[in-house]
Design a binder for this molecule. Structure first.
Ligand code: SAH
Ligand code: SF4
Ligand code: F3S
Length: 439
């Protein structure tokens, strides 16, 4: 039986690169004649764009497939289900064995999605988890309509092999896209409505094209007239070059925000994680970055309960947090991942101990986030309006430091407005137009 899908829905989990991939898959299927729908339960084809980073994320795929089979489009054998993303890469065959899905496609093969869907429509599940040498990007349609803040993947994969992490296996080796292709895509995004572009990569600051580094790319993008803001994420401490630090001092469009994960505060744990930086080298690096851009907002990722982590070692993470004063951060309980070295290490930490450490860490991080927000009280800054707020006349945008700012007034999505910060909560700010302030 052939059941050619007419409508589709893409659901992305995990990191911003998956969000970007989800947008590109949607553009690809639209170019192939399918129509996007917001309602997963009404779509002929649902693409689950999955994340493998922690066990919980992975298990979610299977519950989502079950839910779609039960509540999704009925008749004709139910919805077609395509599993994309990092779980597809890591567990391709197992997904087909364990669940009734039609297509499995990895992060480096999704340009083949329309063909895989057409083949599966004939009745047999299809799988493509190849990591071809030729990049998928050349086979994707041009960017069309985007919001004021857009993502642009410039680098993929990871060669760092932190002992807890699946990314080097699910995304493959570090690969940079060519300079010219990125500049072209950035211009297309700006023509399609973007005023801010966030450059993405698992190790975005490892981006290179011959002699050029990420700072050269940032300086080139800063010359696109209608592009007001540039951001990049995620960076590795060891790829933070002097050129990039200098760009934070010199490039007006480069926002004063840096996500620079450290993971833990103890040198023994960092070594066991294979992080290849120390507590001191990280803190010294932050000093150099802050010297170049004193108002920079810092963000990080933390793992608690890495195998063998003692209470004293965890306390070093808390002390590092106190020393840095992060503007925001993500923190996770260690999750053993099949096939990674840490999963087989001695000294796996009990769940209750991890819960307790995570709670203490998050208390400290929330305190610092609130303090950072409070420190912007009374400051003037520009805010890029991204969407409507919940209340009438209310809008939601981002400050240069990536804080959410609520503003009431006669604005529009994509406006960049000058505001004064009037109120600072733990998770968001309230701004008033700076001109009204002066009047
Ligand atoms: N390339 C990026 C992001 C990697 S994944 C980087 O190196 O910063 C995002 C975050 O997930 C990591 O920074 C880490 O804090 C967390 N993470 C990765 N593997 C994990 C695991 N097995 N258990 C818990 N958290 C993990
Ligand atoms: Fe994972 Fe480490 Fe690579 Fe980040 S640097 S993606 S944490 S292996
Ligand atoms: Fe998850 Fe893959 Fe991103 S594992 S965090 S979706 S790179």
């Amino acid at each position: 039986m052939t059941r050619t899908p007419k409508t589709f829905h893409v659901k992305s989990f995990g990191c911003q690169m998956n969000v970007y991939d989800g947008e590109r898959m949607a553009e690809l299927m639209a170019a192939d004649g399918m129509v996007a729908t917001d309602d997963a339960n009404a779509a002929d084809l649902v693409v689950l764009n999955t994340c493998h980073i922690r066990e919980k994320a992975t298990e979610k795929v299977y519950s989502d497939i079950g839910r779609l089979r039960k509540y999704g489009k009925q008749g004709d054998g139910g919805p077609m289900i395509a599993v994309a993303g990092c779980v597809a890469q890591a567990e391709g065959d197992e997904i087909i064995r364990r669940a009734k899905v039609d297509v499995v496609v990895g992060p480096q093969a999704y340009h083949n999605l329309p063909r895989l869907v057409a083949d599966a429509a004939a009745g047999t599940p299809t799988l493509d988890t190849d990591m071809p040498l030729a990049s998928k990007f050349g086979a994707l349609p041009a960017r069309r309509k985007v919001g004021p803040s857009a993502f642009l993947t410039v680098q993929e994969g990871c060669d760092k092999f932190c002992t807890y992490c699946v990314v080097p296996y699910t995304r493959g080796a570090e690969v940079s896209r060519p300079f010219a292709a990125i500049v072209d895509e950035a211009k297309a995004l700006v023509d399609a409505g973007a005023r801010e572009i966030t450059l993405l990569g698992q190790n975005v600051n490892a981006w290179t094209d011959g002699e050029r580094g990420l700072h050269d790319l940032i300086r080139a993008l800063d010359r696109i007239p209608a592009l007001a803001r540039i951001r990049y994420t995620t960076s590795h401490p060891n790829d933070m070059t002097q050129g990039l630090i200098d760009a934070h001092r010199d490039v007006e469009g480069l926002m004063p925000f840096l996500h620079l994960p450290v993971q833990a505060g103890s040198d023994r744990v960092l070594r066991a994680m294979n992080r290849s930086h120390t507590r001191d080298s990280y803190l010294t690096l932050l000093d150099r970055i802050r010297a170049a851009r004193p108002d920079i907002a810092l963000s990080g990722d933390f793992i608690v309960g890495f195998p063998g982590e003692t209470e004293a070692e965890f306390a070093e993470t808390l002390r590092l947090v106190d020393a840095v004063g992060y503007a925001q951060a993500f923190s996770f309980k260690y999750s053993p991942r099949p096939g990674t070295p840490a999963a087989d290490m001695d000294g796996q930490v009990a769940a209750a101990v991890m819960d307790d450490r995570l709670q203490r860490l998050q208390t400290a991080l929330n305190r610092d986030q609130h303090a950072f927000n409070a420190a912007t009280l009374g400051r003037r800054c520009d805010v890029l309006i991204e969407r409507r707020g919940k209340l009438p006349g209310q809008w939601l945008g981002k400050s240069p430091w990536l804080q959410s700012v609520h503003i009431v007034g006669d604005h529009a999505i994509g406006d960049l407005i000058d505001v004064a910060i009037a109120e600072a909560g733990p998770n968001s700010l309230r701004g008033t137009p700076a001109i009204a302030q002066a009047a």
